[in-house]
Design a protein around this ligand. Structure first.
Ligand code: PLP
Length: 443
């Protein structure tokens, strides 16, 4: 596998990423070297999905060329290689978030991870009701009147699975509201998280506002009442060093495709012991110890949650992605995207008729910024920017309740990553300044 030669010089440097460093990194990303509508592509949609370096593309290709076989069951050499590659990938990705390999379940993406936990908890309720499983199952089971607490800023992926769990179990869904600026109202969290609370689920960083949740405070509130904590780390895992055990959450999820990895692979982290206590969700091959015609005994985690043929090539690709990120250094990536996020926030705020969502410039935010252009629909904003080669995301970003709370139906979002320079941000800002004049609603 290869990275470009100049990258070695970037890797040897101590902190942050200069624009020159980023230009060297960009050489590893083929998709960035295209013209879009005759213009240089400025890709600012990494919050939706990231581009992939050759290192990752080659890792997947090498896997298929040299190791491809079904894992965990073959007696031949290729099956051994494939199993090793699959389990080594688990160890690599687990180490990336400071977890043990058996705490990491492969999923299709973050959405699948949250659904898995919510459905497993629903199954725990059914098992408890029907007298299956022991004391652990009864502790995990939700019953009518129990409460699930989420926040008003969640991505639908961290909302709808909880709505469905509430429906299945008779539990009640409560939410921590945000203020007009989109910050979580912690005093409300304190009031809401009480003896009935069984689950507290929230996003580490908002995919719309770019704000960072007060993880420590929320975990403390949940611990006080013995509730499980589920962290949606979909927008934080790509951007900052993440030690999941030290955050003291019970479960966390993230998606490979947002962090240089392939699509079709994601991660569910579950605290050791807890995963083994949960009933499975998907059942079938590769997750059992013994099966009779009447019933089955299940393997311990992670295998009990990995029924059927797994996304092996994708897991290998994700391991290569986190190696690439670690090679550059998550501290440096965090520092770099934070600078880009602030540049976005400041620049957007300075444009007349454009309203920045979320924390004001100068306040903590990751490398993304969503905004509303007064008098121009987000889809028109996106199309205009696209005509100038700038790729952004438009719509409700799978966060309809948050947009409703902010009095909007849609917004536009620019999101940066390790391969964006400050020039990319400035080019985007220059293009954004032209939107209202172009549509004849301002100067
Ligand atoms: C905060 C957050 N959670 C969950 C998701 C869902 O990710 P996926 O579609 O990869 O499952 C996203 C995707 O944008 C996200 O930003």
């Amino acid at each position: 596998m290869t990275v470009n030669n100049d990258l070695h010089a970037v890797l040897a440097q101590p902190a942050g990423l200069t624009d020159d460093d980023v230009r060297i990194i960009q050489q590893d990303f083929p998709a960035l070297h295209q013209e879009i509508h005759g213009r240089r592509l400025v890709y600012l949609d990494s919050g939706a999905t990231s581009q992939k370096p050759r290192w990752v593309l080659e890792a997947e290709r090498e896997f298929y060329e040299t190791c491809n076989a079904a894992v965990h069951r073959g007696a031949h050499e290729l099956a051994v290689r494939a199993t090793d590659a699959f389990e080594d990938a688990r160890t690599t990705v687990a180490a990336f978030v400071r977890a043990a390999p058996e705490e990491l379940v492969w999923t299709a993406n973050a959405t699948a991870g949250i659904n898995l936990i919510a459905q497993a908890l629903g199954n725990a309720s059914i098992w408890a009701e029907r007298g299956r499983g022991g004391q652990e199952i009864r502790q995990l089971a939700l019953k009518p009147g129990d409460e699930i607490v989420v926040t008003e800023l969640e991505h639908h992926a961290n909302l709808i699975p909880w709505q469905e769990l509430a429906f299945r179990t008779g539990a009640v869904l409560r939410f921590i509201p945000v203020d007009a600026a989109g910050s979580l109202r912690l005093e409300e969290a304190e009031r809401l998280i009480g003896p009935q609370t069984k689950v507290v689920a929230f996003a580490h960083t908002s995919n719309v506002l770019g704000s960072v949740a007060p993880v420590h405070e929320l975990v403390q509130l949940a611990r006080r009442v013995g509730a499980l904590v589920v962290l949606d780390a979909c927008q934080s895992a790509p951007h900052m060093p993440l030690g999941l055990p030290s955050l003291d959450v019970d479960f966390a999820v993230f998606s490979g495709h947002k962090m240089l990895g392939p699509t079709g692979i994601g991660v569910l982290y579950g605290r050791r012991g807890l995963l083994d206590a949960l009933p499975p969700v998907h059942t079938g091959g590769s997750m059992i110890t013994t099966v009779t015609m009447e019933r089955a005994e299940y393997l311990a985690a992670p295998q009990r949650f990995e029924a059927g043929t797994q996304p092996v090539g994708q897991a290998v690709g994700l391991a290569a992605a986190v190696q690439y990120l670690d090679g550059i250094g998550m501290d440096r990536i965090h520092a770099s995207v934070t600078v880009l996020g602030q540049r976005l926030a400041e620049g957007i705020t300075a444009i007349r008729g454009v309203k920045l969502l979320g924390p004001p410039a100068g306040e903590p935010r990751i490398g993304l910024a969503a905004f509303d252009v007064e008098g121009v629909h987000a889809h028109d904003v996106g199309q205009y920017l696209d005509s100038l080669g700038v790729a952004v995301r438009v719509g409700h970003h799978c966060a309809q309740p948050l947009h409703r709370r902010l009095g909007l139906s849609a917004s536009t979002r620019a999101s940066a990553y390790l391969y964006n320079t400050t020039d990319d941000i400035d080019e985007f800002l220059a293009a954004l300044s032209g939107v209202r004049p172009y549509f004849g609603v301002g100067k």
